[in-house]
Design a protein around this ligand. Structure first.
Ligand code: GCU
Length: 598
């Protein structure tokens, strides 16, 4: 047993031995030993919510066979999970309601230790049973959740039942009527994760820079804390091995510095990742982490102390025929296209995307804006909705807070900045984000104001003072005004940095005529040309993520050009490029060359 440093001894000896606060810390997946439960599941639709679930509570051997069953958990529609059910069962294309999912699997867990069931993304509400025992429920369609199943697992046959409910409601997040399709399903992997009795639930590694030093701050949370166990951090390429200090409540924390010349910082031009491992008793996790600092100063967004202009695009998470159940090839394709568009930034709208996006962005050097679906009319006046908002922010941030690519956490999209409930709730959410992660920037996509028939366009949102960066959604030239109206943006270059988080217009791919004809590629392209000309004159604007990378499904867009798609994409849903793609690509190349010339 290594000698315990005096500081650690003292912190342990006098650690708070009071009742440990409930751990609201997600269980990180990392490279843990796991049994994947993806593959064939049985799906049973239940639109009248009439299945009483009794069969769930009676393991197969006790079921009264022979009796006519209206719901047979052992034999539904066979579907390959992960899946959005409407994409694989066409008769349920617009179905919103209860969908029972069942999975039989065998378990032969030899080792000691504990086992957790982890569901990485289920839209929207879920209730979970294992072998007839109710494990719990979760609300929120895009973040991971776990249940301990150590005592519920049987040696041999097991029956896992997940009731998914994707009905919409005004008090949910997202709210009742969004501008995207409400795919329902188990959209991401389901796994059994084995851990020792005492293990590391999660960790957070931050870096900050001074003139000649890189400061590392690392915090870790364990489950099954044991006095005599030490938590060790290793970064072999830096020759670093560090025992973390126990600070009570099953938490560990340490800080240390290295000379700057010894650390290769992560950046968009050099996305350097280091192997990082943490061990605690028999538990260990490995990760690949980029060390960088992001901050705002004097109206600039700084990456490692240098100002950066964000050449981005917004995107939804869907693929034709797959809904939200993207796989690695879909993720790879997105990054190929981001590179083709000369991007260094992407807005993952309007909800947390698959974790593979941030992992890939770390490798590719693409900065990310991540957000929860607090979109437009959220019931901010209700405490349970504000609690749900915080839960979704916490789960997103705790999942991706070690990803160098993620620099912006967005708390809301297009909420009414004259609404007093909103103006009370969102500063609270911004503070909560900073409490969880003070090393990244907090933002929101907001509206802009105008007067004198758009002779003056300005920002007048009380939320601005709570944000590091303010996103502005404006559609001059499409929904209102003229495409170059942002030339009248009354800016303050030393104020909060602005990202144009949405702008653009619709076009049906392959529809051509004069640029005066709406829905043609020429019309959309003309908006981009005039928007770019206006925006590039404004020095308070530090980036943009136009709406949107590709056309996407929405039940609110049904005219003869749309037929269930929002057509503001630079590409159509199959990836066919429109003229505006090349206009934005050209602008971003010019921005890139400007920087390279400095
Ligand atoms: C809004 C909203 C998007 C929507 C877009 C549009 O700004 O944030 O979700 O799709 O406008 O009208 O196309």
């Amino acid at each position: 047993m290594k000698a315990i440093k005096l500081q650690q001894f003292l912190s342990r000896k006098f650690k708070n031995s009071g009742k440990e606060k409930a751990i609201t810390m997600i269980l990180s997946r990392y490279n843990r030993e796991s049994k994947c439960l993806d593959g064939t599941w049985e799906l049973i639709p239940d639109p009248y919510e009439s299945f009483d679930g009794q069969e769930i509570y009676k393991p197969k051997k006790e079921r009264e066979y022979g009796r006519p069953l209206d719901f047979n958990l052992d034999n539904g529609y066979s579907v390959d999970i992960p899946a959005s059910w409407g994409e694989v069962l066409n008769e349920f294309l617009y179905y919103e309601g209860w969908m029972w999912h069942t999975k039989k699997f065998s378990w032969h867990g030899e080792r000691e230790g504990r086992v957790f069931l982890r569901l990485s993304g289920v839209n929207y509400k879920s209730q979970v049973w294992l072998n007839g025992e109710k494990l719990g429920s979760h609300e929120g369609g895009f973040t991971p959740f776990t249940f301990e199943v150590t005592e519920s697992l049987e040696q041999g046959d097991n029956l896992l039942v997940v009731l998914v409910d994707n009905k919409r409601h005004e008090d949910y997040i997202p709210e009742l009527r969004t501008d995207w399709y409400n795919f329902g399903g188990i959209h991401r992997s389901v796994e059994l994760i084995s851990v020792p009795e005492s293990f590391i639930r999660n960790y957070k590694l931050e870096t900050s820079l001074s003139e000649d030093q890189v400061k590392f701050s690392i915090r870790a949370w364990v489950d099954g804390f044991e006095e005599e166990k030490v938590l060790e951090l290793k970064i072999p390429e830096l020759g670093l091995e560090e025992e973390l200090n126990s600070v009570g409540n099953s938490e560990f924390y340490s800080e240390f510095t290295l000379p700057r010349e010894r650390v290769e910082l992560w950046s968009t031009d050099n996305p350097k990742l280091y192997d990082v491992s943490l061990s605690y008793g028999e538990d260990s996790i490995d990760d690949r982490v980029g060390f960088r600092e992001v901050e705002v100063e004097d109206g600039e967004i700084l990456l490692n102390g240098e100002s950066i202009w964000l050449r981005g695009i917004s995107m939804h998470e869907e693929e034709v025929g797959k809904g939200r159940a993207l796989d690695s090839t879909d993720v790879e394709k997105r990054f190929e296209r981001l590179r083709e568009l000369n991007c260094n930034f992407a807005r993952l709208a309007h909800y947390p995307h698959t974790p593979e996006m941030a992992q890939k962005a770390d490798e590719e050097g693409i900065l990310l804006w991540e957000e929860v679906p607090a979109w437009q009319d959220i019931s901010f006046e209700k405490e349970e909705v504000r609690d749900l908002h915080k839960q979704q922010l916490r789960e997103m941030i705790q999942r991706d807070w070690n990803r160098a690519s993620v620099i912006l956490w967005s708390i809301a999209n297009e909420t009414d900045h004259t609404d007093e409930d909103r103006n009370e709730a969102l500063p609270e959410m911004a503070d909560y984000v900073k409490e969880l992660d003070s090393s990244r920037l907090v933002t929101a996509a907001c509206f802009i104001d105008e007067e004198d028939d758009r002779e003056r366009i300005y920002i007048d949102d009380p939320l601005e003072e709570s944000l590091d960066v303010i996103g502005i959604n404006e559609y001059y030239g499409w929904y209102y005004g003229d495409a170059d109206d942002m030339k009248n943006f009354d800016e303050d270059p030393n104020s909060t940095p602005v990202i144009i988080s949405e702008t653009g217009g619709g076009a049906k791919w392959g529809l051509h005529s004069s640029e005066d004809e709406t829905w043609t590629e020429e019309y959309q392209n003309d908006i981009y040309k005039k928007q770019i000309e206006a925006l590039k004159q404004k020095s308070q604007i530090k980036g943009m993520s136009p709406w949107i990378f590709f056309d996407f499904r929405t039940p609110r867009r049904m005219n003869e050009y749309q037929r269930g798609y929002n057509r503001k994409g630079l590409m159509d849903e199959t990836g066919r490029k429109k003229q505006a793609f090349y206009t934005l690509k050209k602008f971003y190349r010019e921005k890139q060359e400007q920087v390279q010339c400095h």
